[in-house]
Design a protein around this ligand. Structure first.
Ligand code: PHE
Length: 339
């Protein structure tokens, strides 16, 4: 009998568990309804009366030992094996994770590029800090010409002038200087102008400019290209119109309007009841610009256009205040998570 007590208590003390199954076999053997210690209690009947008390005490000791060891084993499993997969409840719903989304300006830029890549345009980039030549002089801005004022430039240095680029036409000069026609390129990028921030204007915004230079490029190529763009970017029903305008680097120059996407020409406050909204400027590259970049203007001609990515995005998604694009309010950005 004494041996039996000894071997059970040894078994309890040396019991090791490494997972829930082990713990359960411990429980069944020492704690459960029909366990080995309970069997000892039922042997009580056969124990001589004078030994009953001592026997009972021994059995109780074993029972307490089994209980406290059980607690110990539970604790050791919890602390050692918190990540043990045998404990993982695979039926629990997973922790909710939220995904970021494509920024609406990025989505518009990508769509822009996609539309023009399909008709043979590539993408070019250049520095945001520019010299006077690339931002102004090569683009046919005469020195001291008021057109320089039109651009509300942030100057970094004077004489020689270094400034934050006011448009990505500067990138087009770099392409014209370095490549041979035919040239078909899109220049997306950040531009900077000293303007008061409002719902419709910002001092930092994004432009997409396009340039096509080859033999025999005409204004009708410009019109058809932008018409194609407008239908692809907005809808098949979109109409386009050109109004005469002025830019130093294009001649003739035009302002581009599309039919209002909100009221479809009926008149609303977005189009100021005209049925048309402006999306950018365009024109035939001034021969002086080609010559400034050593391209023979008697052989080559080209068109160029420039648009604000913010403006196109506002029209695309009906956003009324462009400050929303830079505030990074998740409630705003979340609305674009299907892009
Ligand atoms: N660079 C002009 C601007 O920023 C846009 C433009 C580009 C106009 C090309 C005509 C041709 O205002």
């Amino acid at each position: 009998m004494a041996d039996q007590f000894k071997s059970i208590s040894e078994e309890i003390n040396s019991f090791k568990v490494s997972n829930a199954d082990d713990l359960e076999s411990y429980r069944l053997r020492f704690i459960g309804r029909k366990n080995i210690i309970g069997d000892l209690f039922s042997q009580m009947r056969d124990v001589p009366n004078d030994q009953k008390k001592a026997f009972g005490q021994k059995v109780n000791e074993l029972k307490n030992l089994a209980q406290s060891k059980f607690q110990e084993l539970i604790e050791s499993l919890n602390s050692d094996n918190v990540r043990d997969e045998s404990h993982a409840d695979l039926t629990l719903p997973s922790a909710k994770s939220s995904f970021g989304s494509i920024h609406p300006l990025t989505a518009t830029r990508q769509r822009f590029i996609q539309i023009f890549e399909r008709i043979g345009f590539n993408v070019s980039s250049g520095p945001e800090i520019e010299d006077d030549w690339h931002n102004f002089t090569a683009l046919n801005f005469p020195e001291n010409h008021p057109a320089r004022e039109m651009q509300d430039t942030f100057f970094i240095e004077k004489d020689p002038d270094i400034a934050l680029r006011t448009h990505t036409s500067s990138v087009q000069i770099r392409v014209l200087e370095n490549e041979e026609p035919p040239i078909r390129t899109l220049s997306p990028g950040r531009v900077f102008r000293n303007e008061a921030i409002s719902a419709r204007a910002h001092c930092v915004f994004h432009q997409m400019e396009g340039l096509y230079v080859d033999k025999g490029v005409s204004f009708s190529d410009l019109k058809q290209t932008l018409y194609h763009f407008a239908k692809e970017m907005f809808s098949k029903k979109t109409q386009i119109r050109f109004r005469p305008s002025y830019f130093p680097f294009t001649e003739p120059s035009a302002e581009i309007d599309i039919s209002c996407q909100i009221c479809h020409g009926e008149g609303c406050n977005i189009c100021k009841y005209t049925g048309w909204v402006e999306i950018g400027g365009a024109g035939m590259v001034d021969p002086n610009v080609l010559e400034n970049c050593n391209i023979d203007s008697s052989i080559y001609s080209g068109f160029a256009f420039g648009m604000g990515i913010e403006r196109i995005t506002m029209l695309r998604y009906g956003v009324k205040d462009l400050r929303l694009f830079t505030e990074n309010d998740v409630r705003f950005l979340k609305q674009f998570n299907s892009l």
